[in-house]
Design a protein around this ligand. Structure first.
Ligand code: ZN
Length: 240
């Protein structure tokens, strides 16, 4: 589909997806596979024992004689003080999104994609959300997933809320810290205006599917970005 050396850095081992299937997909499509799972208090990898077992299980798998990169998606903002340093050193990448912010009336972390999210004052909310996004970028992460995501209830106000100065703040921090900005299959975020600005500012990009099962997703969003931005190998982020 493209000659770019693409890695899918957002393959969850869940819903029937396995490392073996991720390797088979790589052999079929030529898109390299990297695997991860959610780490956090209310998530499948809830602590260091779970994480160690996950790394052990995934690290035994090889694609084309090469070990499959293994990462995590972090969901608590103190994750880096929870994970044992020796385990963190074994991770090839850490991915985070900004889609959990604040707390619900019941005191649980607010998952912004749930339908019960209500935002009375989008402009005030956006100021907090920008600060939250910059905080996530300050964590020792490798990839910012689904950048500029907005909850469904204010999605239509994207262009007004994501002003150029706000986009510039996010991109500048990602560039300064070497954090990749993800282009996610079947996601409306980020919009092309953000991607264009990011490329002009020297950002690096990563690709992700964010699967919920073992079925392939529609990758037209990746292709649109590759073509529109004329992405070259040097524009892509890779783990080291
Ligand atoms: Zn994910």
């Amino acid at each position: 589909m493209t000659t770019l050396p693409i890695t899918d850095y957002h393959i969850h081992i869940r819903g029937g997806m396995t490392v073996e299937k991720a390797i088979a997909r790589e052999e079929e499509t030529g898109i390299r596979s990297a695997v991860l799972e959610n780490f956090g208090r209310e998530w499948p990898l809830a602590g260091n024992a779970d994480l160690e077992a996950f790394i052990e299980a995934c690290s035994r798998a090889c694609a084309g004689g090469r070990r499959v990169p293994v990462g995590i998606q972090v969901n608590d903002r103190d994750w880096f003080s929870v994970i044992a340093p020796a385990l963190r050193a074994r991770l090839d990448f850490v991915l985070a999104d900004t889609m959990i912010m604040g707390t619900t009336a019941a005191g649980k972390p607010q998952r912004l994609w749930l339908p019960d999210v209500v935002i009375d004052d989008p402009d005030a909310w956006m100021i907090r959300y920008l600060a939250h996004t910059l905080q996530v970028l300050d964590e020792p992460i490798s990839i910012l997933a689904n950048p500029t995501y907005l909850p469904r209830c204010i999605e239509a106000r994207y262009d007004g809320l994501w002003t150029e100065p706000r986009m510039r703040q996010v991109i500048a921090k990602a560039v300064a810290k070497g954090v990749a900005l993800e282009i996610q299959a079947e996601s409306a975020f980020p919009r092309l205006a953000f991607l264009r600005l990011a490329k002009a500012m020297g950002a690096r990009f990563s690709f992700g599917t964010n699967n919920f099962d073992d079925k392939p997703k529609n990758l037209s969003r990746w292709l649109e970005a590759i073509e529109t931005l004329d992405l070259q190998p040097a524009d892509l982020w890779h783990h080291t």
